[in-house]
Write a protein that binds this ligand. Structure first.
Ligand code: NCD
Length: 306
């Protein structure tokens, strides 16, 4: 595997390897007994859309591995002078050992032919966000132990149409045959057909429920922001913006053993009154992101995969 553009680039063995390696890194607790090193390696972070967690956790991961980072922001680089994505990637291919790329355009696989260094998709429009899905999977497994379930109800709430984190999460969870997906979304923001087809191809059960019904049975309640920037007009966004709000009161309906997840940033859909609820796993997701991304960088840049 040279690049990570989609979850479909990974085999189940590679996914399990990332999970196992991440656990080792977590246990290692920055002592570097695994002797991982990115000494003299440079990571290029190329973001054409805003980012806080993805960029910072990749940077943090690279620094923890002893490597260096170059940040290129589309609003302050030659992109502003009209430079093409191709030329920008070619340039980074000369200076760096790996590229983290976030772009509003879907399907970045054409970019992988432009340079010889690995490209990691950090979100391509409404397409995918594979590294977020891997940290989400790691978090679910850590908090609930996937293997201990006969059946696990994964409830996906909000903007199922535009949420790239959900598209990748669905794909990665399709490797686990015990999952069932429950969708909660406004009509305008339903799960895209290509993802539904993927679920069917993998023989996984899925259905729609109201928010209240879904909360009651959820083992994982994965909440997403309505993606304002993907709407044609402000008016269309206003029609759906506060469709679902998860708060302390609503969570009285939920099981005692379950987790609430969110890729962040959040708007109104997830109330801060849940932040100290023991079922809230979203800050753990952020924390796990660093170790998961250390594993991914090691696999792709150090070519460490047996
Ligand atoms: C998400 C993204 O950019 O897709 N954030 C993230 O990377 N953690 C979610 C979002 O923007 O709503």
């Amino acid at each position: 595997m040279k690049n990570l553009i989609s979850i479909e680039d990974l085999t189940f063995d590679q996914i399990k390897y990332i999970i196992t390696y991440t656990k080792k890194l977590e246990n290692d607790n920055d002592k570097n007994e695994l002797n991982l090193s990115m000494n003299n390696k440079i990571l290029g972070c190329l973001f054409y859309e805003p980012s806080t967690r993805t960029r910072c956790s990749f940077e943090s991961a690279m620094y923890k591995l002893g490597g260096n980072v170059i940040n290129i922001n589309s609003s302050s680089s030659s992109v502003k002078k009209g430079e093409s994505l191709e030329d920008t990637i070619k340039t980074l291919g000369i200076y760096c050992d790996g590229i983290i790329l976030r772009h509003p355009k879907e399907n970045l696989s054409q970019c992988t032919n432009i340079c010889n260094i690995p490209i990691i998709n950090a979100g391509d429009g409404i397409g995918e966000h594979p590294t977020q899905a891997l940290l989400d999977l790691y978090t679910i497994n850590e908090e609930l132990n996937l293997l201990s379930y006969q059946k696990i109800n994964i409830v996906l709430v909000g903007d199922l149409k535009n949420s790239r984190t959900i598209h990748s999460l669905v794909k990665v969870l399709c490797f686990y045959k015990k999952v069932e997906f429950i969708f909660v979304s406004p009509d305008q923001l339903k799960m895209p057909n290509n993802i539904i087809k993927y679920i069917i191809k993998n023989n996984i059960k899925y259905y729609n429920l109201s928010l209240e019904e879904a909360i009651k049975i959820s083992d994982v309640l994965y909440v997403t922001r309505i993606q304002k920037e993907r709407f044609d007009t402000e008016e269309l966004y206003e029609q759906v913006k506060d469709s679902y709000i998860i708060n302390k009161k609503k969570m009285l309906l939920a099981k005692k053993k379950m987790i609430i997840m969110h890729p962040f940033p959040r708007n109104n859909e997830l109330s801060t009154d849940l932040d100290d609820d023991s079922r809230s796993a979203y800050f753990k997701q952020m924390k796990n992101g660093v170790h998961v991304r250390m594993s991914i960088l090691n696999m792709l840049i150090n070519k460490d995969y047996k």
